[in-house]
Design a binder for this molecule. Structure first.
Ligand code: CO
Length: 131
């Protein structure tokens, strides 16, 4: 069990436009998915052992819509896969690291995740998922 870069999340205005560059490069692209809880439409682009996650808002109050309004889109988060998420979160909390939510959340596919606030991570939102 080790750490790995699970994916890099990019906020985009249009999935169709954003994914075109990867299609032109000849990368295989996964089918579009909707994640209602996060109010996003997602396209995953697998790149060797990691993935690029393209995120388009499905409503104006989506976190991705807010991000695009403030920053115009681009790199939204980096996602690390960690061996023991509960232990990692406990350590981070003990060290006073700022997390976006107090508790670990459970995503659509049953995967567990939490976000580290950009203030505690060099200005970039960091998502942690469990191996
Ligand atoms: Co992500």
């Amino acid at each position: 069990m080790s750490f790995s870069l699970d994916h890099i999340g990019i906020a985009v205005k249009s999935l169709a436009q954003a994914k075109a560059i990867y299609e032109k490069l000849g990368l295989p692209i996964a089918a579009e998915e909707v994640v209602p809880d996060e109010k996003v439409r997602v396209v995953m682009v697998p790149v060797e052992n990691t993935r690029i996650e393209l995120l388009q808002a499905t409503s104006d109050d989506s976190p991705i819509a807010n991000f695009i309004a403030k920053r115009g889109g681009g790199l939204h988060h980096v996602c690390l896969r960690v061996p023991d998420l509960s232990a990692a979160v406990k350590r981070l909390k003990a060290d006073g690291v700022r997390l976006v939510s107090d508790e670990i959340k459970t995503g659509a596919g049953g995967h567990r995740y939490i976000f580290i606030h950009p203030h505690s991570a060099g200005g970039v939102l960091v998502e942690l998922v469990e191996s």
